[in-house]
Design a protein around this ligand. Structure first.
Ligand code: ACO
Length: 281
C-alpha cells in the first residue's frame, strides 16, 4: 500500500525513519522563531502525525544551529499588535494550541532534541515534550526580561513545572543564558550530551520507547500529565479507572501475556525486561 502523502508545510519539515517522526522547526534564517504561520502548521503536523503509523515516537528539533529563538518578535508581536482583540486571541490560541495543549497530550511519546539556541517561548514546547535531551553546547535563556515583557505564553508555568525553584527564579529574573549541561543539572532536560552524539542518543531513547506496548505507553504518559493536577483521592479513582480501561482495550493484551510469561512460563522477569511482544502483536 502506498504511504499517505503529507500536506505541504513551509515552516516545518517532517521526516520518517524507522518509527521516528523527526519534526524540524524549519526557519533557520530566523533561528526557527515561532511565527503565527509556523504555529498554524504545527497544529496541522500534530493532527497528521497522530494518525500516521510511520510516527511511533515524535522528536521535535530545529534546523541549523537553533532549536528555536522563541516567539517571532516581528511576526508574533509587532505585527499582531495591529490586530483586533479577536485577532490577537486567535493568534494566541493557535500558538498555545500546539505548544502545550496538543503537544503535552499527544497520544504518542515525544522527545525534544535541543540542538542549539532555545529562548523564551521555546520553553513551552520543550516542557510539553515527555522527554528532553540537549546538546551540551545548546544555549538556553528566559530572555523576556531582557526586552521588557514577562514570560507569558505559559513559559513561566512551564518553567515552574520543570526547573528547580532556585534555578527558575534566578533565570527568570536575570535573563542570563545557560548551557545544555546546566539545563540537565536544573532538570529542565533529562540529560545533555555532546552535540555530535545528540541524534544517536535520542534515537537510542526512541528505540527503548518503541519496544514497549504502545497502547499502554500512551496511557502512562497521559495519566502522568493528568494526575499532576489532581488530589490524591481523585487521582486514585482516575488511575484505577484508567488502568482498567487501558488493559481492557489493549489490542495486544499485554497484561495477560506479561503475567503468563512470568508466573506460568517463568520465561522473563518484569523487573528486568519487557515481556515477549513479537508473537503478541
Ligand atoms: N524573532 C524574530 N526574529 C528573530 C528572532 C526572534 N525571536 N530570533 C532571531 N531572529 C532573526 C533576526 O532578526 C535575524 O533576522 P534578519 O537576518 O532578517 O536580520 C535572524 O533571525 C538572525 O538573527 P541574529 O540575531 O543575526 O542571529 P545570531 O545567531 O547572531 O543570534 C540569537 C541568535 C542569540 C538567537 C538572537 O537572534 C536573539 O537573541 N534572538 C532573540 C531571542 C529571544 O529573546 N527570544 C525570545 C523572544 S520572546 C518570547 O519568546 C516570548
Amino acid at each position: 500500500m502506498s504511504e499517505p502523502t503529507l500536506p505541504t508545510w513551509e515552516n516545518v519539515k517532517v521526516e520518517f525513519e524507522d518509527g521516528i517522526a523527526w519534526v524540524t522547526l524549519n526557519r533557520p534564517d530566523k533561528r526557527n522563531a515561532m511565527s503565527p504561520a509556523l504555529n498554524r502548521e504545527m497544529m496541522s503536523v500534530l493532527d497528521t502525525l497522530e494518525v500516521d503509523d510511520r510516527c511511533k515516537v515524535l522528536v521535535l528539533t530545529g534546523a541549523g544551529d537553533s532549536f528555536s529563538a522563541g516567539m517571532d518578535i516581528k511576526e508574533y508581536f509587532r505585527e499582531v499588535d495591529k490586530a483586533t482583540p479577536v485577532g490577537v486571541m486567535r493568534v494566541q490560541r493557535e500558538s498555545m494550541g500546539w505548544q502545550w495543549r496538543r503537544l503535552m497530550f499527544f497520544p504518542k511519546p515525544t522527545i525534544a532534541m535541543v540542538n542549539g539556541w532555545c529562548f523564551g517561548g521555546a520553553f513551552t514546547p520543550l516542557v510539553s515534550c515527555d522527554l528532553a535531551v540537549a546538546a551540551d553546547e545548546a544555549m538556553f535563556g528566559l530572555s523576556e526580561i531582557n526586552w521588557g515583557i514577562i514570560p507569558a505564553g505559559n513559559v513561566t508555568r512551564a518553567v515552574a513545572e520543570k526547573m528547580t525553584q532556585a534555578d527558575a527564579q534566578y533565570y527568570l529574573l536575570t535573563g542570563e543564558q545557560f548551557s545544555g549541561k546546566k539545563a540537565a543539572e536544573t532538570r529542565l532536560v533529562y540529560e545533555s550530551v555532546p552535540r555530535a552524539q545528540l541524534r544517536t542518543r535520542v534515537t537510542e531513547i526512541a528505540r527503548v520507547l518503541m519496544a514497549k506496548n504502545p497502547h499502554v505507553l500512551s496511557a502512562v504518559k497521559l495519566a502522568y500529565r493528568r494526575v499532576k493536577d489532581m488530589s490524591w483521592d481523585v487521582s486514585e479513582d482516575y488511575l484505577y479507572a484508567k488502568a482498567q480501561q487501558t488493559y481492557s482495550t489493549d489490542p495486544e493484551q499485554g497484561r495477560k501475556h506479561g503475567m503468563d510469561q512470568f508466573l506460568d512460563e517463568k520465561s522473563y522477569r518484569p523487573g528486568l525486561q519487557n515481556y515477549r511482544r513479537e508473537d503478541k502483536k
